[in-house]
Design a protein around this ligand. Sequence first.
Ligand SMILES: [Zn+2]
Length: 526
Amino acid sequence: MRVRLAAGVALLSLACSLISLPAAPTAAPPPALATLGLPTPIPTLVPTPPPQALPPTPIVDWSDVQLQREALLDAFAADASNFPLATRYWIEAVVDFDPLESQAVIVGRQRLRFTNPLERPLEDLVLMLWPNDDQYAAEMQAGPALIDGHVVMPEPEPQGVGLRFRLPAALPPGEALDLTIPFHIIASGPIRPDTPRRFGIDEGMLLAPTFYPLVPRLTPEGEWQVLAAPPGGDTTNSDIALYDVHLTVPDGLAVAATGREVERQAGGDGTLIVRFASGPTRDFAFALGRFVSAEAQAGDVLVRAWVLEEHAAAAEDTARVAARAVEAFGQLIGPYPFDELDVVDAPGAFGGIEYPGLVFIGVVGEGWDDIVVVHEVAHQWFYALIGNDQLLEPWLDEAAASYAESLYFEAIGDPRTATGLLDEDRAILRSTGGTDTPIGLPVSEYGTEAEYGVYVYLKGALFFEALRNRLGQERFQTFLQIYFTQHRYGFATAASFQSTAEATCSCDLENLFDLWVYQGGELPLP
Ligand SMILES: [Zn+2]
C-alpha cells in the first residue's frame, strides 16, 4: 500500500455457536438450511438481509489442479501441486452492478477445503469478513456454514471483522475439513481520492478485493491472526491458497482479477460468467468497470493495464512500466511465477494498493504514477510471494517495496532518480524528526499515519540502503535472492530476514538491526 504523505518538505504521495442438529447423514449431500426448518440465520454484524438459505454444496474435485497450473508459467506449473496442505477455495458470486448507480450487491457461496497444519487437533476455524473493516466501503454478511455435514453458526470476533466457527469435531493434524458458506455484500459508494477506501464504487468501477470469507493466517503456534487493521496500514494476513472463482457479471463490463481467466460463457439476462483460477496466492481481488486496457510483456508474463477512459493516454505507459518492473525484480530478486499481472486505475484506492496478481493505482495520470506502479509491482515479491505480517511487521514489505523503487531505477539505467528518491527520503525524515524511531514497530504503535509512512516506508528504504552498504552490492543481491528462495509462498519474519542476511555475509548484524529495526537510535544520515 502507499499512503499520501504530507511531511515538511513536500507533499509526498507514498504512497458462533454450534447448533446441535440431528446428525446430518455424512454419506448423502447435506440438506439445504431452509429444509431443516432452522430459524432465519444469523448473528449479524451489519443490519443487512442475511442469506435466506444455505445453498447446496457445490461439487468440486479437489484433486484436480489443472486450471491452477494454467495460471502459472510453464516452468512453475508444478507449484500448483507442491502445496497439498494449502487451502482450496471454490467461489461463485453474482455481481449486480450498474456503473450509473452508487451501489453494488455481491451474492455468493464458497466451498473450501482447509487442512490442519498444526501438530495438535484444531478446535475452531475463523473466517474474516474484511469488507466490514473501516478501510472498505461495504457491508458483508456470511453464514451459517456447513462443516463436514453439520450446520454451524458463527460467533462474531470481538473486533468485528471475523467469524469464529467451533468445529463439530476437533480436526486432527493433517486432516482436512470441508466448509460451504453463503455470503452477501452491499458495496456503497462512491469512494474518492479524498475519502479513499479499499473496496467500493470508484468512478463507476467496482473495486472488490477480499470479497469472500478469507481464512486468516494460522501461526505455527496455533493462533488465528484476527487483529483488526489500524488506519493507514494494510489489513489481511493469510497463507497461500489455490482459487477457482466464478463471477457472474453484467455483460459489457470488463473484469480484471487475480489469477488467469480460464473460461467465459453467457450467463443469461445480459450477464457473463467468467471463471478465474490462481496459482498459490494469499488473496483474491477483482475490479469491474468500463476500462480501456493496454498490454505489455515481461518475458512470458502478460501485464495488463486497465484504466479509466479519461486516462486512456496513460494505459500503454502504465503497462510498460509495470512490465519493466516485473522484469527488473525478476532478475534482481527471483522469478515472478504467474502468467499474468493486472494493474488497475483506481483513483479512490489511496496512492495504490497491492493484491496478489492485481494492483490498484490511485494516481494514474498524475505525473509520478510510475513510482507507485513500481512500488505496487514490488509488492508481488514483498507481500504476495514472500509473505509477512502486515500489521505487526509492516516494514518487511513496505520498506522493501519502497527501496525497490530505487532498485528499479538503477536497473533501467537511471541511477539519478534512484539516488534522488533516497535523498528525498532523508530530507523528509530529517524534517519530520524522530530519526531515532525504529522501523520495526507494528502499524498501531506509530503515532499517526504520516509517521507510519515516514518511519516504515522512507526510513525503511534507507535501512535497506544501509544493509546494502554493509553487505556490499554483490552479497546484497545474493541476500535478496536467497531471502526470496527461502520464503517464496511462505512467511518471513524480522528474525528470519536477519538470519538470512547474516548467513549471506557470515557476519553479525545485531547492532545494525538494533539501531534501525528493533530499538532505534541516532543515525548517521549522510
Ligand atoms: Zn506499499
